[in-house]
Design a binder for this molecule. Structure first.
Ligand code: G3P
Length: 218
């Protein structure tokens, strides 16, 4: 399973990278705005910095919603670095953009996916990744994890190579359940990733090991 971090904050990316288990990064316009990154040059520069920080894929999202605009932005984003993946929204024009970009060899991440039917369309268009938003479904009293399970089943039925990128992660159990179901990638904020580390029995066990060593060795 690949671990991506879902942030545009360079310090958080650095912290996740230092754990030694980080494979890539996903961003979106809201995460970029949270960092105060505005204006085309600043945005492109920020993506370039992120792409330099991790060897794996970095998702950068288009703003246009028409085919021509999406393709123009996608080409500009793909030029930034070889590990940039163009994030395209799940709309009709987006589907067409994914199909064309895939034919050109540009990697895509189909975002804002909330149903198995949308995920099936993304795979048919040839998306590299599909991003089902688990937390936002849970927020409206719908089972987000069930969506991951449905997509896994559908993709396996037909051998679609599109990678399931579990997104909108809110807590560690979203990560564990995604791994159980067989999501290819999970993209998480820093906190749930760090929380995977902790267990009280680990802390208690280590304390006792060190105390027992110290008792005899000083
Ligand atoms: O990057 C897309 C997705 O992970 C957003 O998550 O927390 O805004 O629902 P969230």
């Amino acid at each position: 399973m690949k671990f991506f971090i879902d942030t545009a904050n360079l310090d958080e990316i650095r912290q996740a990278r230092e754990l030694g288990v980080l494979d890539g990064v996903t961003t979106n316009p809201s995460l970029m705005a949270r960092e105060g990154i505005a204006g085309k040059n600043a945005i492109m520069g920020h993506y370039a910095r992120i792409a330099e920080m991790v060897p794996g894929d970095v998702s950068a999202e288009v703003i246009a919603t028409d085919l021509e605009g999406m393709l123009r932005e996608a080409h500009e984003l793909a030029e930034i670095a070889p590990n940039i993946v163009v994030k395209i929204p799940m709309i009709a024009e987006g589907l067409r953009a994914i199909k064309q970009l895939t034919a050109e060899g540009i990697k895509t991440n189909c975002t804002l996916v909330f149903s198995p039917g949308q995920a099936l369309l993304a795979a048919k268009a040839g998306a590299t990744y599909v991003s089902p938003f688990i937390g936002r479904l849970d927020d409206i009293a719908t089972d987000g994890m069930q969506l991951i399970a449905d997509i896994r089943l559908i993709y396996d039925n037909y051998g679609y190579p599109t990678q399931i990128l579990a997104a909108s992660i809110r807590h560690t159990m979203h990560i564990i359940e995604s791994a159980r179901i067989g999501a290819d990638v999970v993209t998480t904020p820093l906190k749930p990733l760090l929380n995977l580390l902790h267990h009280p029995l680990t802390d208690r066990g280590l304390e006792k090991f060190l105390a027992d060593y110290k008792r005899l060795n000083g």
